[in-house]
Design a protein around this ligand. Structure first.
Ligand code: 4NP
Length: 147
Protein backbone atom coordinates (compact mmCIF):
# COMPACT_ATOMS: atom_id res chain seq x y z
CA UNK A 1 0.00 0.00 0.00
CA UNK A 2 1.44 3.37 -1.03
CA UNK A 3 -0.09 6.49 0.45
CA UNK A 4 0.61 10.14 -0.33
CA UNK A 5 -0.40 13.05 1.93
CA UNK A 6 -0.79 16.38 0.13
CA UNK A 7 -1.10 20.03 1.21
CA UNK A 8 -0.11 23.37 -0.32
CA UNK A 9 3.49 23.93 0.78
CA UNK A 10 4.41 20.42 2.00
CA UNK A 11 6.02 22.01 5.05
CA UNK A 12 3.21 22.25 7.67
CA UNK A 13 0.23 19.88 7.42
CA UNK A 14 1.17 17.02 5.08
CA UNK A 15 4.57 16.46 6.80
CA UNK A 16 2.65 15.95 10.06
CA UNK A 17 0.26 13.49 8.40
CA UNK A 18 3.27 11.80 6.76
CA UNK A 19 5.11 11.49 10.10
CA UNK A 20 2.12 10.47 12.23
CA UNK A 21 0.88 7.89 9.72
CA UNK A 22 4.39 6.46 9.22
CA UNK A 23 4.71 6.08 12.97
CA UNK A 24 1.38 4.21 13.18
CA UNK A 25 2.09 1.81 10.29
CA UNK A 26 5.55 1.05 11.68
CA UNK A 27 4.05 0.29 15.09
CA UNK A 28 1.65 -2.12 13.37
CA UNK A 29 4.51 -3.74 11.44
CA UNK A 30 2.90 -2.95 8.08
CA UNK A 31 5.10 -2.74 5.00
CA UNK A 32 3.40 0.35 3.61
CA UNK A 33 5.03 3.38 1.96
CA UNK A 34 3.94 6.79 3.23
CA UNK A 35 5.08 10.04 1.63
CA UNK A 36 3.93 13.64 1.21
CA UNK A 37 3.97 16.41 -1.39
CA UNK A 38 2.74 19.95 -1.98
CA UNK A 39 0.77 21.51 -4.81
CA UNK A 40 2.99 24.63 -4.64
CA UNK A 41 6.73 24.70 -5.27
CA UNK A 42 7.92 27.51 -2.95
CA UNK A 43 9.48 25.22 -0.37
CA UNK A 44 10.76 22.34 -2.50
CA UNK A 45 13.83 20.74 -0.92
CA UNK A 46 13.22 22.34 2.49
CA UNK A 47 12.72 20.58 5.80
CA UNK A 48 9.24 20.88 7.35
CA UNK A 49 8.37 24.21 9.01
CA UNK A 50 10.10 24.47 12.42
CA UNK A 51 6.69 24.76 14.11
CA UNK A 52 5.58 21.41 12.62
CA UNK A 53 8.94 19.90 13.60
CA UNK A 54 8.42 21.16 17.17
CA UNK A 55 4.84 19.95 17.55
CA UNK A 56 5.73 16.53 16.13
CA UNK A 57 8.74 16.28 18.46
CA UNK A 58 6.53 17.17 21.43
CA UNK A 59 4.45 14.09 20.54
CA UNK A 60 7.49 11.84 20.04
CA UNK A 61 7.70 11.98 16.24
CA UNK A 62 10.78 13.07 14.30
CA UNK A 63 9.94 14.62 10.91
CA UNK A 64 13.30 16.34 10.32
CA UNK A 65 14.40 13.87 7.63
CA UNK A 66 11.53 14.92 5.35
CA UNK A 67 12.11 17.20 2.36
CA UNK A 68 9.35 19.13 0.59
CA UNK A 69 8.52 18.01 -2.94
CA UNK A 70 6.09 19.23 -5.59
CA UNK A 71 3.17 16.98 -6.53
CA UNK A 72 3.81 15.44 -9.97
CA UNK A 73 1.32 13.81 -12.34
CA UNK A 74 3.47 10.65 -12.21
CA UNK A 75 2.52 10.31 -8.52
CA UNK A 76 -0.85 8.99 -9.69
CA UNK A 77 1.12 5.97 -10.95
CA UNK A 78 3.30 5.71 -7.84
CA UNK A 79 0.61 5.81 -5.10
CA UNK A 80 -2.54 3.81 -4.39
CA UNK A 81 -4.25 6.52 -2.37
CA UNK A 82 -3.74 10.31 -2.24
CA UNK A 83 -5.13 12.25 0.74
CA UNK A 84 -5.43 16.03 0.48
CA UNK A 85 -5.69 18.41 3.42
CA UNK A 86 -8.16 20.92 1.99
CA UNK A 87 -10.54 21.70 -0.85
CA UNK A 88 -7.99 23.81 -2.77
CA UNK A 89 -5.49 20.94 -2.64
CA UNK A 90 -8.27 18.67 -3.91
CA UNK A 91 -9.02 20.92 -6.87
CA UNK A 92 -5.31 21.32 -7.70
CA UNK A 93 -4.60 17.58 -7.60
CA UNK A 94 -7.79 16.65 -9.49
CA UNK A 95 -6.84 19.18 -12.20
CA UNK A 96 -3.74 17.05 -12.88
CA UNK A 97 -5.63 13.73 -13.06
CA UNK A 98 -5.42 12.14 -16.51
CA UNK A 99 -8.41 9.81 -16.19
CA UNK A 100 -11.05 8.37 -13.82
CA UNK A 101 -8.55 5.96 -12.28
CA UNK A 102 -6.32 8.88 -11.22
CA UNK A 103 -9.30 10.81 -9.86
CA UNK A 104 -10.53 7.86 -7.82
CA UNK A 105 -7.24 7.74 -5.92
CA UNK A 106 -7.80 11.22 -4.49
CA UNK A 107 -9.75 11.81 -1.25
CA UNK A 108 -10.02 14.54 1.30
CA UNK A 109 -7.99 13.53 4.38
CA UNK A 110 -10.83 14.45 6.74
CA UNK A 111 -14.26 12.90 6.26
CA UNK A 112 -15.73 16.36 6.69
CA UNK A 113 -14.15 19.74 6.06
CA UNK A 114 -10.56 20.90 5.75
CA UNK A 115 -7.42 20.72 7.84
CA UNK A 116 -6.84 24.47 8.41
CA UNK A 117 -3.61 25.90 7.08
CA UNK A 118 -1.58 26.93 10.17
CA UNK A 119 1.22 28.64 8.19
CA UNK A 120 0.10 32.18 9.07
CA UNK A 121 -1.22 31.34 12.57
CA UNK A 122 1.25 29.64 14.89
CA UNK A 123 -1.45 29.10 17.54
CA UNK A 124 -3.10 26.50 15.27
CA UNK A 125 -0.33 23.90 15.22
CA UNK A 126 -1.47 21.92 18.27
CA UNK A 127 -5.08 21.77 17.04
CA UNK A 128 -3.89 20.75 13.57
CA UNK A 129 -1.68 18.05 15.09
CA UNK A 130 -4.59 16.64 17.13
CA UNK A 131 -6.88 16.67 14.09
CA UNK A 132 -4.26 14.84 12.02
CA UNK A 133 -3.43 12.29 14.72
CA UNK A 134 -7.09 11.43 15.32
CA UNK A 135 -7.82 11.02 11.63
CA UNK A 136 -4.64 8.98 11.01
CA UNK A 137 -5.73 6.43 13.62
CA UNK A 138 -9.18 6.16 12.04
CA UNK A 139 -7.73 6.04 8.52
CA UNK A 140 -5.38 3.21 9.41
CA UNK A 141 -8.31 1.16 10.72
CA UNK A 142 -10.31 1.91 7.56
CA UNK A 143 -7.49 1.11 5.14
CA UNK A 144 -6.56 -2.10 6.97
CA UNK A 145 -10.14 -3.33 6.73
CA UNK A 146 -10.18 -2.55 2.98
CA UNK A 147 -6.99 -4.55 2.33
P1 4NP B 1 1.11 23.74 4.28
O1 4NP B 1 1.22 25.28 4.75
O2 4NP B 1 0.32 23.75 2.99
O3 4NP B 1 0.37 23.09 5.39
O4 4NP B 1 2.53 23.25 4.11
C1 4NP B 1 1.74 26.28 3.93
C2 4NP B 1 3.08 26.45 3.83
C3 4NP B 1 3.60 27.46 3.05
C4 4NP B 1 2.75 28.32 2.39
C5 4NP B 1 1.37 28.15 2.50
C6 4NP B 1 0.87 27.12 3.27
N1 4NP B 1 3.27 29.39 1.62
O5 4NP B 1 2.46 30.22 1.14
O6 4NP B 1 4.49 29.49 1.44
Amino acid sequence: MKILMVCLGNICRSPLAHGVFTNLVEKEGLDWTIDSAGTGDWHVGEQPDRRSVAIAKKHGIDITAQKAQLFQTSFFDDYDRIFVMDENNYDDVIALARNDEDQEKVSKFLLEGDVPDPYFDASQFEAVYQMIENRCEELLRDLKSEN
